[in-house]
Design a protein around this ligand. Sequence first.
Ligand SMILES: Nc1ncnc2c1ncn2[C@@H]1O[C@H](COP(=O)(O)OP(=O)(O)O)[C@@H](O)[C@H]1O
Ligand SMILES: [Mg+2]
Length: 270
Amino acid sequence: MLLVIEDLNLSVPTPEGPRQILRGVTLDVAEGETVGLVGESGSGKSTTARAALRLVPDGASLSGTVTTCGCSMVADDQATVRTVRSEMAAMIFQEPRAVLNPVRRIGDSATERLVHVHGVAKAQARERIASLFAEVGLDNTDRLLRAYPHQLSGGMLQRVVIAAALSISPSLLLADEATSALDVTTQAEVLALLRRLQREREMGVLFITHDLQLAAAYCDRVYVMKDGSVVDHQKASTIFVNPANPYTKALADAVPKLPDREPNVMEAQS
Ligand SMILES: Nc1ncnc2c1ncn2[C@@H]1O[C@H](COP(=O)(O)OP(=O)(O)O)[C@@H](O)[C@H]1O
Ligand SMILES: [Mg+2]
């Protein structure tokens, strides 16, 4: 298993006292598997994924176990956690603008881990990133590498951080709404790329989305979260057929269905 979270509880201090954000979350991701984590906004999806890299809010208290690529994110020392973050598991954050340094060029940010952690020569790192840029549908690579984050659209930044995450060939990819800001065509291209890399490298993916339909179509298994708890866990193939949990059923029922085509007035008249 690449990720095993068991009975994870997490609370943060607030002026009104501790606020529990995660309640007994249990989930796992195996090698080569795509696992969906679905739920409405505020249900705790991002907090769960961040906990897999011990990126928890200041002052948070935590119980349970989080084992990422064989290392405990609760008990192990900071050096081990750093190794997991830089070499084994990569996260695509929901808000690329918040994670990219606004005063650094895209090329420096995107190649940082390859150069400083993996010891890849700068020119080689740029080449690797440039080819990943092309794969996620970004062209004009030279200009892009010299650009600053504010010069790029949200969709372009999202693709930059996807390429940067994939550049270290992670065993585990935590994709937090990674394709939500992209148009459908680009989304399909990026998902196809993820799928291909996943097959080649046996990469495990935790695929976070608010879109149950996308999760059902793209993932092997799906966990459904609500109010900090996992309320359902199913094979993706059965989630629409047999939504055992009432909340999953409500989510499934909320997916808009295409109505049967009404006969056109002109056709009806002729
Ligand atoms: N650092 C924090 N301090 C206080 N509350 C937080 C913090 N981080 C997240 N939360 C709250 O925890 C809940 C879950 O957030 P999050 O994991 O981002 O949900 P999701 O990704 O499913 O939208 C939300 O209500 C959010 O406001
Ligand atoms: Mg989120």
